[in-house]
Write a protein that binds this ligand. Structure first.
Ligand SMILES: Cc1cc2nc3c(=O)[nH]c(=O)nc-3n(C[C@H](O)[C@H](O)[C@H](O)COP(=O)(O)OP(=O)(O)OC[C@H]3O[C@@H](n4cnc5c(N)ncnc54)[C@H](O)[C@@H]3O)c2cc1C
Length: 404
């Protein structure tokens, strides 16, 4: 018979939900994951880049499709800035289905339960606990828990139901899986320019067995009525790059949101948001797996103590989370500001000038030395401080705000 009382119920069994469940179940709490789909890791909406830190944390090496040593970044006018070194691994490309399934399996091995085809319909929080009405395989069930965690992605039901705000930015991502792209082994390509990905960039990532993932991301305001699919077509037809795409054969297409900018209210009475639900994706790359892992890891022990003591009021959850979450938010805000300054709020002509500067040997050396997908802020700040051409940008942004 299904157990109806739990310490923690997690809505959403994606990577963040699976990781949170693993940690909490390992600490002895009874944990239930609710997943609306009939399988884990579908639908697939991801380029599959996972940083070494996040991959080492879960050890899911059998999900790796490719290892990546660097990125060949192209300016709107064709300037090439290669970031990386042959033979020095920078990031992994994973099969998201295998990766997500592996993360959720670890949670189950740690003692957490998983109900597929299950989603909440309503919830009520009281000083005694959370009562959740769910639909599970067509059946209505009432569940109770001490703590409800929303790990239910970009359009989080939990976030909407408890009116916890909205992520600052909601980017739109589009991706096609193709065969026949002419790239460089172990390197990904990035293309910029207002026709291709206004304010952002397009990516081409090797994804194993001769296939590549071609993706675009931008914000609705910057797209200005254009669709991301149109940007994709513009990339394939771009006079500078079309030769690289002329023999491609598309095998699949995906589209999805990327929420970036931590929501104002990440906790309520007995409620918490993690991962995409909380708007944790990085403003510079759209990566959300690493931040989701980091968010839960940084509050684990005090959260576990609070679950044991059943002290899960909003005030207490704020006390537990605020230092760690606020420091992540501050990094996110800085990264967004630097991204806007150097790339997103810049016309193509100016961006080309930036690329001329990025491509200078001394600047390239700096980028390769400090550049880290995981931590873009130190690099951005170093560029503003050390490269004279970028100093006036720092002044424009208000140095105090950036360097505090
Ligand atoms: C095109 C594109 C490319 C991307 N590329 C990368 C990349 O290369 N690297 C990277 O790190 N990130 C990338 N991202 C972002 C990444 O996919 C997310 O940040 C990451 O999946 C967030 O994990 P999560 O567990 O928080 O949310 P999700 O992965 O969205 O998982 C949420 C889970 O909750 C379930 N769910 C939702 N609502 C309910 C409900 N009401 N009831 C029950 N279950 C529910 C969903 O089915 C899902 O399983 C990309 C995103 C897009 C759109």
């Amino acid at each position: 018979m299904k157990q109806s009382d739990w310490d923690v119920i997690i809505v959403g069994a994606g990577p963040t939900g699976g990781r949170a469940a693993t940690h909490l179940a390992s600490l002895g709490h009874s944990v239930l994951m609710l997943e609306e789909h009939s399988e884990i890791g579908r639908p697939f909406q991801c380029a599959g880049l996972v940083t070494p830190k996040a991959l080492h944390e879960v050890g899911l090496y059998d999900s790796v499709l490719e290892e990546i040593d660097g990125a060949r970044i192209h300016g709107p006018g064709g300037n090439l800035v290669p970031v990386g070194t042959d033979g020095k691994l920078r990031t992994y490309v994973v099969c998201r289905k295998k990766f997500d399934q592996g993360v959720v399996q670890q949670a189950m091995e740690a003692g957490a339960s998983l109900w597929l085809n299950s989603q909440p319909r309503s919830a009520e929080t009281t000083p005694e606990g959370v009562t959740l009405e769910i639909e599970s395989n067509g059946e209505e069930i009432q569940l109770k828990c001490k703590l409800l965690i929303g790990c239910d992605g970009a359009h989080s039901w939990t976030r909407r139901y408890f009116k916890m705000g909205r992520p600052k930015e909601m980017m739109i991502g589009f991706q096609a899986e193709v065969l026949g792209y002419k790239g460089t082994d172990r390197w990904l390509d990035m293309y910029s320019g207002s026709e291709i990905a206004p304010g952002f960039f397009a990516w081409v990532i090797p994804s194993g067995f001769g296939s590549h993932r071609i993706g675009i991301w931008s914000t609705p305001e910057r797209l200005n009525g254009q669709s991301v699919e149109q940007c994709y077509d513009d990339l394939l037809q771009h006079p500078l790059w079309k030769d690289r795409f002329k023999d491609i054969k598309e095998i699949a297409r995906f589209c999805g949101p990327i929420p970036s900018g931590m929501v104002k209210k990440t906790v309520g009475n007995r409620i918490m948001l993690l991962g995409d639900a909380a708007g944790m994706a990085k403003p510079t790359t759209g990566g959300g797996i690493g931040p989701g892992f980091k968010q839960i890891k940084g509050i684990l022990q005090p959260l576990s103590n609070a679950i044991t003591a059943d002290e899960l009021s909003e005030k207490n959850l704020k006390r537990i989370t605020s230092k760690h979450f606020q420091s992540m938010k501050k990094d996110q805000d800085k990264a967004r500001m630097l991204r806007n300054l150097l790339v997103s709020d810049v016309e193509d002509k100016e961006l080309d000038k930036h690329f001329e500067n990025f491509a200078r040997p001394d600047v390239l050396e700096l980028i390769n030395e400090i550049g880290d997908i995981e931590k873009p802020v130190p690099l951005g700040l170093a560029l503003l401080k050390k490269v004279p051409a970028f100093r006036k940008l720092a002044l424009k942004a208000g140095t105090r705000l950036l360097f505090r």
